[in-house]
Design a protein around this ligand. Structure first.
Ligand SMILES: Nc1ncnc2c1ncn2[C@@H]1O[C@H](COP(=O)(O)OP(=O)(O)OP(=O)(O)O)[C@@H](O)[C@H]1O
Ligand SMILES: [Mg+2]
Length: 143
């Protein structure tokens, strides 16, 4: 992984070559998460956001089956540290984000959000997943 520091923001990037590698990157990040941490995942359809969350949940010790919370906005994975998995794909534009109950979720554990682009003002670790080809993704972190 390469890191760079510019001003007050730090970034790092890595290229994964399979879903398993993206999952492993999520599992590694899990080891650094604390209650109250917010992870915002950005990237297009099929970029690997849910795959990354699968690794996060596994790394946090959850054995839950991770899939996109298509019909629920939030899914909760219990573990030593609770992980709330939020997917904003179906959020109506202009819908009240207060209704998400993000603050309460952050009090209860860590929170990961798919389509974090839709929370531009939220402060958290932003992970951008960029498809390079069928099996390759570039992951960039900024915090
Ligand atoms: N290096 C890679 N990392 C992650 N996924 C990969 C990679 N290479 C191929 N894939 C495939 O890309 C797809 C990623 O799907 P996933 O559901 O994780 O994406 P997503 O960003 O959550 O999509 P959506 O926007 O629909 O929620 C899977 O089919 C996975 O097998
Ligand atoms: Mg998804």
């Amino acid at each position: 992984m390469r890191s760079a520091r510019a001003g007050t923001s730090t970034s790092a990037e890595l290229v994964t070559r399979s879903p398993e590698e993206t999952e492993a990157a999520g599992a590694r990040l899990a080891g650094r998460l604390r209650s109250g941490d917010l992870v915002l995942l950005q990237g297009p359809l099929g970029a690997g956001k849910t795959t990354f969350v699968r690794g996060l949940a596994r790394g946090l010790g959850s054995r839950a089956h991770v899939m996109s919370p298509t019909f629920q906005l939030v899914r909760i994975y219990e573990g030593p540290l609770q992980l709330a998995h939020v997917d904003l794909y179906r959020l109506e534009p202009g819908a009240a984000l207060a209704d998400l109950g993000l603050e309460e979720l952050l009090e209860a554990g860590a929170v990961v959000v798919e389509w974090g682009e839709r929370l531009p003002a939220a402060e958290g670790l932003r992970v951008t997943l960029e498809p390079l080809d069928e099996t390759t993704r570039r992951l960039r972190w900024t915090w």
